[in-house]
Design a protein. Structure first.
Length: 279
């Protein structure tokens, strides 16, 4: 049985089509603003699905309440799938007195859930904070299938060395070459980006990352690729966080912007639901 929190309402119909029984859950607010949750059905094994995008705090509390309610109903095995994991970028202490926020959230979820599944976590090493089984899933299959046929004799690029593995995973599925941008800081306010060991002239290029927030890196990379003679430039990411105006800025700079549906956005054209129901 699958229980869908408010953070995955946009996935509910597809989950029902591909994943089977959807358990009922009532979610509302008390007059004082507190969240009320009631699960209306149960089973021995339950998968709870819910992204924790804005408002993150509210969606995390909701997952905790659903977990507690299901345990009260006697669920023996409880899994949680969090396609976009809020607080994942708060993974270290940078100033004395700060918490490791992702650790707080994972340990709290571990009070109720036996297994945790996420997509392209910012720092996969933080999964160690979850006390049970924790798995970082890849959106590479979904992204590659969406762009199949659009690149032809193209190539896949990562915006930096750290994302090279993600570009390789997509490129391998498409049978294309891959590389990454090397960044060199010229001044405190200027960074030079250069694709490593590839010729983009006359080719279609797909830039792949885990998160797009402001979109500045993607716009800069697309502009550079145009100057180097790229035919078409596509941009994709697992999580479209998108600061205000970012969708418009990136869309104007590229031939197509398409992200997955871990977060609902106007350009969430790529579905990860099949990966969820196959767990």
């Amino acid at each position: 049985m699958i229980v869908v929190s408010s953070g995955a309402i946009h996935l509910r119909d597809e989950l029902a089509t591909l994943g089977g029984k959807i358990g009922g859950v009532e979610i509302k607010r008390f007059p004082d603003g507190e969240k009320y949750v009631r699960v209306l059905s149960s089973a021995e094994e339950v998968m709870v699905v819910g992204s924790t995008f804005y408002p993150q705090d509210e969606r995390i509390i909701e997952l905790l309440l659903i977990g507690d309610a299901l345990r009260e109903r006697g669920v023996e095995r409880l899994r949680v799938v969090i396609p976009y994991f809020g607080y994942s970028r708060q993974d270290r202490v940078t100033k004395e007195g700060e918490p490791v926020s992702v650790r707080v959230v994972m340990r709290s979820l571990g009070l109720y859930y036996d297994e945790l599944y996420v997509f392209d976590l910012h720092n996969p090493g933080t999964l160690k904070f979850f006390p049970g089984k924790a798995v970082n899933l890849s959106a590479a299959r979904a992204i590659a299938e969406y762009f199949q046929g659009k690149l032809r004799e193209g190539l896949v690029l990562a915006p930096d060395r750290g994302a090279r593995g993600r570009a390789r995973a997509v490129a391998d599925r498409l049978g294309l070459e891959y590389s990454h941008f090397e960044k060199e800081r010229i001044s405190p306010t200027e960074v030079r980006m250069t694709p490593v060991d590839v010729d983009v002239r006359g080719k279609n290029v797909l830039i792949v990352d885990d998160i797009i927030s402001t979109g500045g890196t993607m716009v800069k990379a697309a502009s550079l690729l145009r100057e180097m003679g790229a035919k078409k430039v596509f941009v994709s990411a697992t999580h479209g966080v998108f600061a205000e105006g970012a969708v418009e800025r990136v869309s104007k700079a590229v031939d197509e912007l398409a992200v997955t549906n871990t977060i609902p956005t106007p350009v969430s054209r790529i579905s990860v639901v099949r990966d969820i129901v196959n767990l």
